[in-house]
Write a protein that binds this ligand. Structure first.
Ligand code: BDR
Ligand code: CA
Length: 313
């Protein structure tokens, strides 16, 4: 099978960075066409700078990086410096990027690229709030049929939320955008907190990244060192959850994950539960399934894959 053509829509973010590195280390499985950046973990100027830092870390200064929407569709931007640090990529000491940001707006890039593609040939991989993707669908509904699949990190059901008691960060930041995407009719694979909270960077796993003794391996170890302090304090967990790399790992080996094809609706009205992914896991309604909502991961297999692929960079 030829590698899958993807666009990574991202708000780096240490875990976004690891997801991007995994994709760029896997050219036989994944053909990354571009990174499109969105405001999320930190404001847009920082996410679009961090994306270029990660490309250079991976030895890919040629990869196109576009800046997109700087705020959600209908709400003020909420950021997560309390998790990711002031830069969004705190931990390693990485040089400022020398590669330029592409001039075109990310939404225009997404629209133009999909319009030029045959039907169902490009996979979208959103790792942040869904603002860029929803804006593209709103402005150019004709591109929807060009998307092969959307594989995204967002939401949570049994785990509840991580930014409010019921909402996960990416969906909470732009629930209107998430609602548009989940109603698009495109096949969607969701990596919710139920899965990503099982992808924990324990000390031995962190040591394995560091032992690669490459700039990428050491940077990933330093990123997850930084990132873990927050979740350790909050959940008492054994290490940092690698949320976003679950998306790119799925593209390489979907068998690492199990889930259910169910109906998932997004709460956009109630302030109390804003951004909740109302997942009909038990199929108690007759609402039509619109997403494969993952529930479990082979964590050892995931970390073996990740370490193995990072070693190539
Ligand atoms: C998601 O929110 C961000 O903080 C992470 O990068 C991830 O995409 C986890 O809730
Ligand atoms: Ca992210």
């Amino acid at each position: 099978m030829p590698p899958r053509k993807i666009i990574i829509d991202t708000d780096p973010g240490q875990d976004d960075a690891v997801a991007i590195l995994l994709a760029l280390a896997s050219p036989e499985d994944i053909d990354v066409l571009a990174l499109t950046c969105v405001a999320g973990n930190v404001p847009l100027d920082l996410t679009s700078k961090n994306a270029r830092i990660v490309c250079e870390l991976a030895g890919r200064p040629d990869l196109p990086v576009y800046a997109g929407c700087d705020c959600p569709l209908g709400r003020p931007l909420v950021t997560a410096e309390h998790v990711h640090g002031k830069t969004g990529l705190d931990g390693p000491d990485l040089p400022d990027p020398t590669m330029e940001l592409c001039k075109e707006h990310a939404v225009d890039y997404i629209i133009d690229t999909l319009r030029a593609a045959p039907a169902k040939t490009i996979t979208l991989c959103p790792l942040g709030p869904l603002t860029n993707i929803a804006t593209a669908f709103q402005r150019a509904p004709d591109i929807v049929e060009k998307v092969q699949e959307i594989v995204l990190m967002g939401g949570g059901y049994f785990e509840g939320g991580n930014i409010t008691p019921t909402a996960e960060f990416n969906i909470y930041v732009d629930p209107q955008a998430a609602d548009i995407v989940f109603k698009s009719g495109i096949p969607i694979v969701v990596m919710p907190l139920d899965v990503t909270h099982k992808a924990l960077v324990t000390k031995p796993r962190n040591d394995a990244f560091r032992a690669l003794a490459t700039p990428a391996g050491i940077a990933v170890a330093q990123m997850t060192d930084f990132f873990e302090r927050f979740d350790k304090e909050k959940y008492g967990s054994a290490g940092a959850p690698l949320h976003d790399p679950c998306v790119t790992a799925y593209l390489i080996n979907p068998d690492l994950f199990t889930g259910r094809h169910i109906n998932v609706e997004i709460e956009t009205q109630s302030e109390l539960t804003m951004g909740m992914t109302v997942a009909d896991w038990w199929r108690v309604t007759d609402r039509a399934p619109n997403a494969t909502f993952m529930g479990d991961i082979d964590a050892d297999g995931f970390f073996a894959l990740l370490t193995d692929r990072l070693a190539r960079l």
